[in-house]
Design a protein around this ligand. Structure first.
Ligand code: ADP
Ligand code: MG
Length: 339
C-alpha cells in the first residue's frame, strides 16, 4: 500500500497528514490530518477515493474560517468589526452572525455572541486571568446585547461603542458543518471530524457499523463519561473544565452567564448536544450549560428542534434524553428525560 506523509507549516496551524495515495481504492485506511487552529487541536479522518482531496480542502477551509471568525487575530473580520464598528462581511461571517443572533433569541439570551468585553475583563481573551470588580462588569454588561448588532444585506454595524462580537461559542460548530459539507461533496461516506473534542461523524464506519464517540470526563483521572453510538451527527460538549483559572481556591471558567457577567455556576459540569446541525449543537451546548440542569431540561422538552442532550452534574449524575437512551452507555448513574 502506497502512502505519503507531508508536513505543511502555516501561520495559524501545523498540519501532519498521512493519506493513502489516490490509486489505492481498497478504502481500508483513512486519510488523516492533525492541526492546531481556533486555539484547539483538531483531527480530520476521511475514508474513500477522494478522502485526500476532502481533507486538504477542509484544512484550507479551517484556516480561512479561523482568519474570519477569531475575535483575537488582528486581521480577522470579527476583530475589524469590533475595532472599526462596521464591516462588509464575507458570506461565512454574515451567515454565522445571523445564526448566532437567531440562537441567542431561541435560548432567551443564554447564548450571547456579544460578551467579548466581559470575557476580556476576565482575561480569557489574553490568558492574563483576573477576577474583575463587580463595578467593571456592571458597566459593560448592558452593552452586551445583540440588539446593538445591526445586520444589513452587505454590512454589519455595531450600534454602541462598547458592544463587541465574539463567535467563540459557535465557530467550531459552524466549522465542522462546513467540513462535513466538503467531505460529503467529495463523496466521503465515512469520516470523523474532531475539533478539540467536538466531534462530527460522517456516515457510519466503513464497515457500516456506528461510530463510538467517547464523551470526555472533566476529571482527567477518570475514564470517559460514557460512549455514544452514532452516525451522521455532531456530538458537541461545553464545560467549565476546558478553560479556567483558580483564584483563592475558586475556579473561574470561560462560559459566562450573560445575566450576571460571571462564569455560569449552577451545578452543571458539562453539557453535550447531539444533532445533525453542528452549529445549533455548539450554540445549544453553551446555552444549556449557562441555563443549568432544570432550565436546560425544560428547554429541551419545549424545543421543536431535533436534538439530544447529555448533562453531567456536579453530583456525578448524568441526565440523558430519550432519543439516545439505547445508544449511550455509561457507568455513571443516569436519569432519563422524555418529551
Ligand atoms: P469551547 O469553545 O471551549 O468548546 P463553548 O462552545 O462553550 O466551548 O464556547 C465558549 C466560548 O464562547 C468562550 O470562550 C467565549 O468566547 C464564548 N462565550 C462565553 N460565554 C458565552 C455565552 N454565554 N454565549 C455565547 N458565547 C459565550
Ligand atoms: Mg458552544
Amino acid at each position: 500500500m502506497k502512502k505519503y506523509f507531508c508536513i505543511l507549516f502555516t501561520v495559524s496551524a501545523v498540519f501532519l497528514s498521512a493519506c493513502n495515495s489516490i490509486t489505492d481504492k481498497d478504502q481500508a485506511a483513512p486519510c488523516e490530518a492533525e492541526l492546531f487552529a481556533m486555539d484547539t487541536y483538531m483531527k480530520l479522518t476521511a475514508y474513500g477515493e477522494n478522502a485526500e482531496t476532502a481533507v486538504k480542502q477542509s484544512q484550507k477551509k479551517i484556516e480561512e474560517l479561523d482568519r474570519l471568525l477569531s475575535a483575537e487575530q488582528s486581521d480577522s473580520e470579527i476583530y475589524k468589526l469590533n475595532k472599526n464598528r462596521s464591516i462588509s462581511p464575507s458570506a461565512d461571517t454574515l451567515s454565522l452572525l445571523k445564526k448566532a443572533i437567531e440562537y441567542s433569541e431561541m435560548t432567551g439570551g443564554s447564548f450571547n455572541p456579544t460578551l467579548h468585553p466581559i470575557t476580556e475583563l476576565w482575561g480569557f481573551t489574553t490568558k492574563k486571568y483576573r477576577v474583575p470588580e463587580k463595578s467593571e462588569i456592571d458597566k459593560l454588561l448592558p452593552y452586551a446585547v445583540t440588539d446593538n448588532v445591526i445586520i444589513y444585506d452587505n454590512s454589519i454595524e455595531l450600534k454602541n461603542s462598547e458592544t463587541e462580537v465574539d463567535l467563540g461559542g459557535i465557530a467550531k460548530g459552524y466549522t465542522s458543518s462546513k467540513i462535513a459539507e466538503i467531505f460529503i461533496e467529495n463523496g466521503v461516506k465515512s469520516g470523523i471530524i474532531n475539533l478539540g473534542g467536538n466531534v462530527r461523524t460522517i456516515g457510519t464506519k466503513p464497515d457500516g457499523s456506528e461510530w463510538n464517540v467517547a464523551i470526555e470526563n472533566p476529571d482527567p483521572d477518570s475514564s470517559y463519561l460514557g460512549i455514544l453510538k452514532t452516525h451522521g451527527k455532531a456530538v458537541i460538549t461545553s464545560g467549565g473544565y476546558e478553560r479556567n483559572f483558580e483564584q483563592n481556591g475558586k475556579i473561574y471558567h470561560h462560559i459566562i452567564d450573560p445575566s450576571t457577567g460571571y462564569p455560569a455556576d449552577n451545578g452543571l459540569v458539562s453539557v453535550t448536544v447531539v444533532t445533525e446541525n453542528d452549529t445549533l449543537a455548539d450554540a445549544l451546548s453553551t446555552a444549556l450549560f449557562v441555563m443549568g440542569e432544570e432550565k436546560a431540561v425544560d428547554f429541551w422538552k419545549n424545543s421543536s428542534e431535533a436534538f439530544d442532550i447529555i448533562l453531567y452534574t456536579d453530583k456525578d449524575k448524568l441526565i440523558v434524553s430519550e432519543g439516545i437512551r439505547n445508544s449511550f452507555s455509561s457507568d455513571y448513574e443516569i436519569g432519563y428525560v422524555s418529551r
